[in-house]
Design a binder for this molecule. Sequence first.
Ligand code: ADP
Ligand code: MG
Length: 505
Amino acid sequence: MGKVGLGLAVGCAVATCAIAAVMVARRVRSRRRWGRVVGVLKEFEEACSTSVGRLRQVVDAMAVEMHAGLASEGGSKLKMLLTFVDNLPNGSEEGSYYALDLGGTNFRVLRVQLGGRRSAILGHDMERQPIPQHLMTGTSEELFDFIVSSLKQFVEAKGNDSDLSPGKRRELGFTFSFPVKQTSISSGILIKWTKGFAIADLVGRDFSECLQQAMSKRGLDMRVAALINDTVGTLALGHYHDEDTVAAVIIGTGTNACYWERTDAIIKCQGLLTNSGGMVINMEWGNFWSSHLPKTSYDSDLDKDSPNPNDQGFEKMISGMYLGDIVRRVILRMSQESDIFGPVSSKLSVPFILSTPLVAAMHEDDTPDLSEVARIMKDVLEITDVSLKALKLVVKVCDIVTRRAARLAAAGIVGILKKIGRDGSGGITSGRIKGGSHCKMRRTVVAIEGSLYTSYSMFREYLNEALTEILGEEIFRHVILKVTEDGSGMGAALVAASHSARNIQ
Ligand code: ADP
Ligand code: MG
């Protein structure tokens, strides 16, 4: 080989080595970046851990806080509000009642006809419409205009009140799903707004009185017979169909729970007497907090950026309003740590751009190439050409967020059961009844409503799985979660009926 040939060969070898070195370096960098993303995910997953041990701590904390909230006003982050609902519908109610449901994404007007025999809801008409965004933060005048005109239109369209005797007014059950300090069955003061509503001049006022005035002003002859919360409506409807129903839970835009409590356990209200010896307590459990809750830096950031920091901590980990945004925050962080999603998309910084239904759609994508995940990444977040490996990470984030939410909700439910002695942990006094020679666990029904539970099957599966884990198979068999759809609407009409002057004679 001549000198030129040798030079060429050496040159080629050097070039090959250089190319190889660049490729190796690139691969090492890419692996390091991938490692960083996996690190972000691992760290997040660990911080979200909900082992049975931890869930049991949450159960105990929930029961303890319930006691504290019943012991004194302000004794706990759980408000444990009196509802003045001291009898639950039992099927004997008769007549035609209206209901109005305000408290989340949608606004509903209903008319329910009751036939006086159990399960004899003769029929109901309903109209539903989304609440225009601008009304949620507008003026009280605009909000009442919207409510009353919808109600009026509905009455005009549907209201052939054939069973309304002359001189009798139409009666309305009003479901208002925000924290209210109830002053009677039909009146209550708005404590604060949640779920994105903020109409300052209504805080501290009797919402039901405001509605009553707005109706009179606009010539609608109707009486607010009951002001309730959506959870109370769900409990009422659940109880109407099944008398073993002792509690109700909502997991939709927000989350809350209520249950039937003995009056003698409501220590902060000594001397409270009801014919039934009990009353429904609205827990406002969205505000529950315990150091045992698995809180991550993403939860802290979400809270800090929210209009109500340090508030509704449990809700912010569980409900539909927030799950999507937790997922978005984790994907944003992953995107900042590496280029697995290409350059950081500006869409990832838009709060609430990723909704919980989209999270559900990605989580439940069963196509082999995760085409739905890819589509949502592209259409919503403007992130294109994501590798299958990276798409799988997105699904994993959805899974972690949803699993944690569902399991915490399950722990909350068991907390209630523990408080009322239906979790099977304390022998005979713990929800067992004597049955011959052995003790039998009592059947316990929890009414449940809200799109997270009803429309998101992975959420529902995780929740039920956690219930079994915490309670054990044996006890779990006696605990029934019953979907009670549209309790927030129908339930209000039922409570209006069971507390109406027409039925209590
Ligand atoms: P609301 O709580 O407003 O009365 P819903 O119970 O229907 O009404 O809950 C609505 C919330 O549930 C929405 O905020 C949305 O985030 C969530 N959601 C609705 N559909 C789904 C779904 N298929 N999967 C997951 N979340 C859903
Ligand atoms: Mg609802």
